[in-house]
Design a protein around this ligand. Structure first.
Ligand SMILES: [Zn+2]
Length: 623
């Protein structure tokens, strides 16, 4: 361990010295930091077409069981096996095109065509879920007795019966499935087009010309205050030229979601999404209320940071474009891609050998599972994605070499390795995926642990302050930001449903109210911040997903606490992770970790951890 630590410090030192010619990804390595999809997915169009044909043929084959699902135990097993063949192929087709589209948005037409083809296939087999939901528990017991091979699928089959009150007739479900791209995919595509067509300014800096949208993370770290201010104001000004359409999009998205929810006998879209996640509207509301009691804690963090920035820089008042300021003689740590991919496995070593071996395969540039070099026609954001049975991939719009980039990679690698291990651990396909807050909580713990590692290994007080600030940024500032974004989306959907919100300006105003509650004075002073909500791609790309992060963050803070205090924790935690989703979230968390994060009481414990870390930062500041 000690040796690793020294190597690591030497690396940081080297980067700081050569910061002036720092190259996040040296030119000679850049080709390796692009996906090789031909190696991992399809070598050519023929291979793609072959899979598409097979998916269609399995879907055709399944038609013979229409109206007869559940009438024969033997047939039910055959159907389950055919679906286990069909689903990964359909996923593979979709993911292949999606990854291609992300690295080259000019392939949108091909992506849309595949989206439609896959939706058509799912539409043709939608009757299976509909009919499965009609099977009673006693029928299920009888069928499993007749065909013991079905016992593997018990929990999966039981989950369908949950949906009995929310399932329409086969014909209706088929119709909705076929309409799905036109109901729900266009919003994300229009969002992308709005971003693509916006002419964002380029600003002249010592590092060359930087784009106020693409390079906003770099510009906000510029030493020149006028550049930071100019960059932020231009960014908001240019981005919000689309604010009316972005507000319009959210309203349409909410209306469609709410209507689909009601059609399925839910109260609304959120009622439906939360049901998928084994949660309820009431739970969400009780969490918003409980966390709302700690809004002053977020305001305190911002005030503490502003006071410190004032002290080290003399800036007064500290404005939104000053929040990344570091002491004048301090060199912000930067990491080449090679350093990042060395540090992450060291920081996450507590997961054990199997995890680290898989992580290293992901990060090995020779495997070309990372696509992180900046360029034209790329989708904003970062994500990991894959298919059961194949290794997962990590995409990022750009890798700049800041600690944020390192942390993003630790997060997304958490998803990739989680799903890789599920497959390696031979979890059946039907249990290979589940509520997103699980995988998000694992990914978030990776961020906390990576920053902890950097903090513990920092050798100067300024470095310690820098990393603890970042720890609080991801565990606390972002937690409250997640709360704001989740509550905003939740409230927006309710108010759009009731008709209280019907104009884009009302959407912006709703966000401003969240800002005033949690951030405070900046939202009073700077009207442009009311557009900040629309920078969240999730509202358009994965509607109603944000609330997953809220539960995930609370879970991750709990894991963090247990990792420090309970020597048994690491093993149990990894066991929870690699076993997939063969039971309800509440049962799995109880079984492996004796944890119930769905009780609002859990909020208080998590806030205690944050309060303690904030006090630690204040003491480092010397207050
Ligand atoms: Zn994530």
């Amino acid at each position: 361990m000690r040796k690793l630590t020294f190597t690591f410090i030497a690396i940081i030192f080297a980067s700081t010295i050569f910061a002036a010619d720092f190259q996040p990804i040296p030119p000679e390595l850049q080709t390796k930091y692009h996906f090789d999809l031909s190696k991992n997915f399809y070598a050519d169009q023929q291979a793609f077409d072959k899979d598409l044909a097979e998916a269609k043929s399995v879907a055709d084959d399944l038609q013979q069981y229409k109206g007869k699902i559940g009438s024969s135990a033997k047939d039910l097993l055959t159907i389950a096996q055919k679906l286990e063949r069909l689903n990964p192929i359909a996923q593979k087709l979709y993911v292949f095109r999606y990854l291609n589209y992300s690295i080259d948005t000019t392939t949108e037409a091909k992506f849309s065509a595949t989206d439609q083809a896959v939706s058509d296939i799912y539409a043709r087999v939608a009757f299976v879920s509909t009919e499965l939901s009609q099977i009673s528990t006693s029928d299920l017991d009888r069928l499993i007795q007749q065909e013991p091979g079905l016992s593997t699928y018990r929990f999966f089959l039981e989950q369908n019966t949950r949906y009995k009150p929310h399932t329409l007739s086969s014909d209706q479900e088929q119709l909705l499935a076929a309409l799905s791209p036109d109901l729900s995919s266009w919003q994300s595509q229009l969002f992308q087009r709005l971003v693509d067509r916006t002419k964002f300014s380029e600003i002249e800096t010592a590092e060359g010309k930087l784009n106020v949208y693409r390079d906003r993370a770099i510009l906000q770290k510029n030493k020149d205050r006028n550049i930071r201010k100019d960059a932020l104001l231009k960014l908001y000004d240019e981005y919000s030229s689309n604010a009316d359409l972005l507000g319009f999009l959210l309203i349409k998205e909410a209306n469609t979601g709410n209507s689909l929810g009601e059609l399925h006998h839910f109260q609304d879209a959120f009622d439906s999404s939360l049901f998928d996640a084994y949660l309820t509207d009431k739970q969400a509301e009780s969490f918003f209320a409980e966390i709302g009691k700690y809004a002053s804690l977020m305001q305190k963090l911002i005030q503490v940071r502003k006071e410190h920035i004032k002290k080290i820089s003399g800036i007064d008042p500290v404005e939104p474009w000053d929040m990344d300021v570091v002491p004048p003689d301090y060199k912000r740590p930067v990491f080449t891609i090679t350093e990042t991919t060395t540090i992450i496995p060291q920081a996450l070593a507590f997961h054990g050998e199997q995890y680290i071996a898989d992580l290293k395969r992901l990060l090995d540039p020779n495997n070309q599972r990372l696509d992180i070099v900046k360029g034209p026609n790329r989708r904003p954001g970062a994500f990991s994605m894959g298919v059961y049975g194949l290794p997962y991939f990590f995409y990022s719009y750009v890798y700049n070499g800041y600690v944020d980039d390192l942390i993003t990679m630790a997060h997304e690698a958490g998803h990739a390795v989680h799903y890789d291990l599920i497959y390696q651990n031979k979890v059946p396909f039907v249990y290979s995926d589940g509520p997103s807050y699980f995988t998000e909580s694992f990914a978030m713990l990776n961020e906390f642990m990576t920053l902890d590692y950097l903090y513990k290994n920092a050798k100067t007080k300024d470095d310690k302050i820098f990393y603890l600030e970042h720890w609080l940024d991801v565990a606390m500032r972002r937690f409250f930001d997640i709360v704001m974004r989740s509550e905003f989306e939740y409230d927006a959907y309710q108010k759009i449903k009731s008709g209280e919100i019907h104009e884009p300006d009302q959407v912006h105003e709703l966000w401003k109210q969240e800002g005033l509650k949690y951030v405070g004075e900046d939202y009073q002073k700077h009207d442009f911040l009311k557009y900040n909500w629309s920078f969240t791609p999730h509202y358009f790309q994965s509607p109603r997903y944000y609330i997953n992060y809220l539960f995930a963050n609370l879970m991750a803070i709990n894991y963090y606490q247990q990792h420090q205090s309970n020597p048994e924790f690491d093993k149990k935690y990894v066991a929870l992770m690699v076993h997939g989703f063969p039971d309800t979230p509440a049962n799995l968390l109880q079984k492996y970790l004796n944890l119930n994060p769905f009780n609002p009481q859990a909020v208080k414990d998590s806030m205690g951890v944050l309060q303690q870390k904030l006090a630690e930062l204040q003491s480092l500041y010397g207050e």
